[in-house]
Write a protein of this length. Structure first.
Length: 410
């Protein structure tokens, strides 16, 4: 028998250190997974609970054939309504009526298409839709997600029943870590517990608000049950939050309603632009089978996507408001900037912008945009053309509920 006295202290110490390291590594999210905001497509905004294996296959094929994959959309996220009952050992199963071939087969199909699988669960016993969720089975579920080849978990907050949010999300973070498969962890507790204050070490993105709905500026009260918010309502809730986001940890103002029907094309463009200015996750939610060319053009505009995906990872800010016209700035890597002229009004706005009139200061990054000492080249990102330099007054008409978006290149 080995007595404690016969084990060298150094060995004991290194064993202890190894234990600490391994214990500690279960108390971390997977790093480097979302250094730029995640991009993908999610079932919920179009289909809610009305989807099945065939629909997901169609969407996967369309993401690839439409060029969305090449533009950066990666995660195919199966939202609420996919889980079946637990098996006799407590493992989660998939609803076999919706997914007759099973989830592993679907996962393989998604991966073979060069895409990644996202799944959804909830901190409660039941999801928002009343399906089996992860409470009390967090480690077992994370293991199952890993076995299914999951790359992204959206974790919702329905039926939370007074549970502590930091604890609930940290438990699932640790469960994902223990399962050993890197997954982007998307925390969906609607901003109720200020996740921006504690979320960076727990997940890769956190919802900042309740659900978005496909309208410009409405509130849907669901008959008094809860509120869903139009695009402008959600946008206006983001202002105090920009300091909290950055590479690997993003504010999530919810998924895109671009192409979901009730927004005009200009509104779709403005919505997509503002999400890019916010460095928001770009998770499309439209029916790709019926998507128009114009909507596809918005979702795949690479120069606008590059604004969202810029490696500096800094959210833009509204610098001024003049009547219905807001002017937003976003500092980019390598000294470039983006300026967005955003017309929230119902009539067109004629713009004459003198770049030299004042210096733009970003207190967060301590950076300055000075056009009096340097003439930037101007690139109109929606028109896809160069448009002079900041040496001259910029003139344009901004249509109602629409934007003019310029990249200032050094
Ligand atoms: C909540 C979430 C939504 C969606 C639904 C699914 O409302 O906030 O994004 O996941 O649940 O039921």
């Amino acid at each position: 028998m080995i007595s404690c006295r016969s084990i060298p202290v150094s060995l004991l110490l290194s064993a202890f250190a190894a234990l600490l390291v391994s214990a500690n590594c279960y108390a971390q999210k997977f790093d480097s997974l979302a250094l730029t905001p995640p991009m993908g497509w999610n079932t919920y905004n179009t289909f809610a609970g009305r989807f099945n294996e065939k629909i997901i296959h169609d969407m996967v094929d369309l993401i690839v054939s439409s060029g969305m994959k090449d533009a950066g959309y990666r995660y195919i996220i199966i939202d609420d309504n996919w889980t079946g009952a637990r098996d006799s050992l407590g493992f989660l199963t998939v609803d076999r009526e919706r997914f007759p071939s099973g989830l592993r087969a679907l996962s393989d199909y998604i991966h073979a298409s060069g895409l990644k699988l996202g799944l959804y669960s909830d901190v409660g016993y039941k999801t928002c839709g009343g399906f089996t969720a992860s409470r009390g089975h967090e480690f077992q579920d994370a293991l199952m997600f890993a076995r299914w080849g999951c790359d992204y978990l959206k974790y919702d907050w329905c039926n939370a029943g007074g549970i502590n949010a930091v604890g609930a999300y940290t438990t699932m973070r640790d469960a994902i870590r223990a399962a050993g498969r890197p997954m982007v962890f998307s925390m969906c507790e609607w901003g109720n517990n200020k996740p921006w204050e504690w979320g960076a070490s727990v997940g890769h993105l956190w919802r900042t608000t309740g659900d978005i709905t496909a309208c410009w500026d409405c509130i849907d009260t669901h008959g008094g049950a809860y509120n869903s918010w139009g695009v402008m309502k959600i946008l206006d809730m983001q202002h105090p939050l920009r300091a909290y986001a950055g590479p690997g940890h993003w504010n999530d103002p919810d998924m895109l309603e671009v192409g979901n029907g009730s927004l005009t094309l200009g509104e779709d463009r403005a919505h997509f632009t503002m999400w890019a200015m916010l460095a928001a996750p770009l998770i499309a939610g439209n029916d790709l089978r019926t998507m128009s060319k114009d909507v596809l053009g918005i979702l795949t505009n690479r120069e606008v996507i590059a604004v969202d995906q810029d490696s500096l990872g800094v959210e833009g800010f509204r610098e001024s408001t003049a009547d219905s016209l807001e002017t937003w700035y976003k500092p980019l890597a390598h000294g470039d900037w983006v300026v967005c002229f955003f017309n929230r009004g119902s009539g067109p706005v004629d713009l004459a912008h003198d770049w030299n009139s004042h210096v733009i200061r970003d207190d967060l990054t301590k950076s300055e945009l000075r056009c009096d000492t340097h003439a930037y080249r101007l690139r109109d990102l929606w028109a896809g053309k160069n448009t002079g330099t900041t040496g001259r007054t910029f003139r344009a008409t901004v249509p109602p509920h629409d934007v003019v978006l310029l990249r200032l290149e050094r």
